[in-house]
Ligand binder design. Structure first.
Ligand code: MEV
Length: 310
């Protein structure tokens, strides 16, 4: 084979962001409507090149923001036993980056799947996870690995210490994701929580335990389909995340707008300090209403996604 493709979708963290970095459990959902696609072609005798929205050129000339892609590509080719293969990699993605939606993990997963496909193999979940976590470590120093698992999973996952378990959904979940319009740097947010934990260990430890507790109850709510309980826990989690300084006035305003428009609950999702919020709707009509209210409240973009087991 001389050409191959790989794909992965976006993700949203429903519960446990930041706490998961310290070993707490977290709950993530797939966002099937947003995705990354990698096309890989063998180009023997030519320098390896990358073409993407951010950059087009040789791997040697790739700027720093491309490092996770370069690292992911190298790790994937190495895992296929052909570390020195010369290739052309084309990446297309509808996932906005630096918005907490797993863009870098999805791109790395798409690249790894394409590299495997080029050799007519399929990486098992753990090999894929190792490759993508290497790419993610370049993006920020302390990745829990949840993004790598979530962008490769078909169902919501409960994640802890590198392991993911699929969760069946008792009732269809409809989420509206709203972009604050501001870049969120996961690296900065994770470093901020780390510094706060050193300065105020008791406060941060209490926040992490509370987030862990909310996650465990939320897993039960997803299974049983108790949307009212799930939503109210989302809003609680937002307040806890705000208490460890990863929210912003723009994220708080979007959460307030979602609640004022009748969402079951709303919270920031992912690293925070910018990025997106996630609101839980009770019907398709209400999701439309929520999306409109969120755009009026300042979100430049919204996406609606539904999750069901079947
Ligand atoms: C990023 O999607 C979630 C964080 O918990 C960081 C991580 O788990 O690597 C903020």
């Amino acid at each position: 084979r001389t050409a191959a493709q790989g794909h992965a979708h976006a993700k949203a963290i429903l519960f446990g962001e930041h706490a998961v970095v310290y070993g707490a459990p977290a709950l993530a959902v797939p966002l099937h409507g947003l995705g990354a696609q990698a096309d890989l072609r063998l180009t023997p005798g030519r320098e390896t090149r990358i073409e993407s929205q951010l950059f087009a050129g040789t791997v040697q000339a790739a700027p720093q923001p491309m490092s996770p892609v370069v690292t992911g590509l190298r790790a994937a080719l190495e895992a296929t036993g052909d570390a020195d293969a010369e290739v052309q990699l084309r990446i297309r993605s509808s996932i906005p980056h630096s918005r907490g939606l797993g863009s870098s993990a999805a791109v790395a997963t798409a690249v790894a799947r394409a590299a495997a496909d080029l050799r007519d193999v399929v990486f098992d979940d753990d090999t894929l996870h190792t490759i993508v976590t290497k790419a993610e470590s370049v993006a920020h120093g302390r990745p829990s690995g949840i993004d790598a698992r979530a962008v490769a999973a078909q169902l919501p996952i409960r994640f802890r210490d590198g392991r993911a378990t699929a969760i069946n959904v008792g009732r269809r979940l409809i989420f509206v994701v709203a972009d604050s319009g501001h870049h969120g740097s996961t690296a900065e947010a994770v470093a901020g929580v780390h510094a706060l934990r050193a300065a105020q260990p008791t406060t941060v430890r209490a926040a992490i335990s509370r987030l862990a507790e909310l996650t465990e109850h939320a897993v039960d709510d997803v299974r049983s389909g108790d949307l009212a309980a799930l939503g109210s826990r989302m809003s609680d989690a937002h307040r806890v995340l705000a208490s460890i300084a990863v929210s912003t006035p723009a994220l708080d305003a979007l959460v307030e707008a979602a609640l004022a428009s009748g969402a079951y609950g709303a919270k920031l999702t992912g690293g925070g300090l910018g990025g997106c919020i996630l609101a839980l709707a009770d019907s398709d009509e209400q999701a439309e209403h929520l999306a409109l209210a969120l755009r009026i409240a300042g979100a430049p973009r919204t996406w609606t996604t539904e999750i069901s087991t079947t």
